[in-house]
Ligand binder design. Structure first.
Ligand SMILES: Nc1nc2c(ncn2[C@@H]2O[C@H](COP(=O)(O)OP(=O)(O)OP(=O)(O)O)[C@@H](O)[C@H]2O)c(=O)[nH]1
Ligand SMILES: [Mg+2]
Length: 363
């Protein structure tokens, strides 16, 4: 059969699909292909993951008003101005490729500085100011080495429910790693405390209690812990992170009366879809700023430096942290109080160095 190719369709692309893709190629051709693949490998290795975090110089725009990005809907953003009013704006073309994120301080113009669609909001964000902190997690593949969560928050509070979804301490260590890397404070908020007996000491958290991490038990139903939470929030900006369904939005509703942020039930299969779908930055009337975020499945630490690990696992000697894979958590001679901590260390240590499994250098 003679295959017809339309304009723009590549004969090579088709050839690579067939099982004998390389069988017909001659020696010289094969050599050329391998060399070009090598070139691609080195390019991928020298690719700077942090280039996506660079911001263009904002100084030419210092005459424009500042605002905080409170919510992002693809190319349209909601801004909170310094007089506490809100404004919807588009992003100017010069910000193409810049990853804006909730919490960013921006400069904007109320009249478009570049041509824009008349149906869209007329205000335009033209510059992003340098960030005080940037909370990010490892991305899924090298096209997006980082996933940005929020900017300019001072503390990360990771929420974990006692049940529904079940308490997974592994996520808490991951969250602590991200907070440490971003230079942010860290606290664990246990939610739905009413769902477990008051006598239940929540032993899953013992390894973290032992390290002296701040843990606050709360319940939006009984009101336990909410006054302490409001006090801790005063004068701070705090981002809430956690699995879907742990009760982040419910806590925020309890702290910001009249907000009525949508909260969800668990789905029939217990996994729960996300109820919150985009992050939101909001002022709490009793003082402080809260950032609600969509539930996450996991927090990847891929690409973060291993030098963070001694602070996350202070109970282990430094030679264990240098090569944790040489140890067996089941080994009784190690006399571990919490073998699961060594398992966590091994998981994080391996993941930090992981290369992207989807990366295809032979594109
Ligand atoms: N019993 C009890 N139920 C709670 C508590 N807090 C939240 N819930 C319930 O847990 C469910 C999920 O709460 P959400 O606040 O939507 O959870 P979320 O963390 O914001 O979830 P996503 O937006 O999907 O990330 C809702 O049905 C809440 O009513 C609590 O303290 N006690
Ligand atoms: Mg929510």
């Amino acid at each position: 059969m003679v295959r017809k190719y339309r304009l723009g369709q590549s004969r090579d692309a088709h050839d690579l699909d067939s099982p004998d893709a390389y069988a017909r190629e001659g020696k010289a051709q094969s050599k050329r292909r391998q060399q070009s693949a090598e070139r691609l490998t080195t390019e991928a290795e020298s690719h700077d993951a942090d280039s996506m975090l660079l911001l263009p110089d904002a100084s030419p725009w210092s005459h424009l008003e500042e605002a905080t990005l409170v919510c992002r809907h693809s190319q349209i953003v909601d801004l909170e101005l310094d007089d506490r009013s809100f404004l919807r704006a588009t992003l100017a073309g010069k910000l193409k490729g810049v990853k804006l994120v909730v919490g960013d301080r921006v400069r904007f113009s109320k009249v478009p500085v570049e041509a824009t669609d008349p149906d869209l909001p007329q205000s335009q964000v033209v510059a992003v100011l340098p960030r005080k902190t940037l909370l990010k997690r490892g991305g899924i593949d090298d096209r997006e080495p980082w996933q940005l969560i929020c900017a300019n928050a001072e503390e990360l509070w990771v929420c974990a429910a006692v049940v529904d979804p079940p308490l997974r301490p592994g996520l808490l260590e991951r969250a602590q790693t991200l907070a440490l890397a971003a230079g942010m404070g860290f606290r664990i908020i246990v939610t739905k405390r009413d769902r477990a007996s008051a006598k239940d000491p929540l032993p899953e958290l013992d390894p973290l209690r032992e390290q002296g991490l701040p843990i606050l038990e709360t319940s939006a139903v009984s009101g336990a812990g909410l006054t302490e939470l409001a006090d801790l929030l005063k004068g701070r900006s705090v981002v809430l992170v956690g699995h879907s369904g742990v009760g982040k939005s419910t806590l925020i509703n309890a702290l910001v009366p009249g907000l009525n942020r949508r909260t969800g039930g668990m789905s029939r299969y217990g996994t729960g879809g996300q109820t919150t779908t985009s992050a939101l930055w909001l002022q709490c009337p009793t003082g402080g700023t809260l950032i609600d975020t969509p539930g996450i499945r996991t927090l990847s630490v891929r690409g973060f430096p291993r030098t963070l690990l001694p602070t996350i696992f202070p109970e282990f000697p430094s030679d264990w942290i240098e090569d944790p894979m040489a140890l067996d958590p089941e080994d009784e001679d190690l006399d571990l109080d919490f073998p699961e901590r060594l398992q966590s260390l091994q998981r994080l240590w391996q993941e930090m160095d992981e290369r992207n499994p989807n990366q295809n250098v032979h594109r």
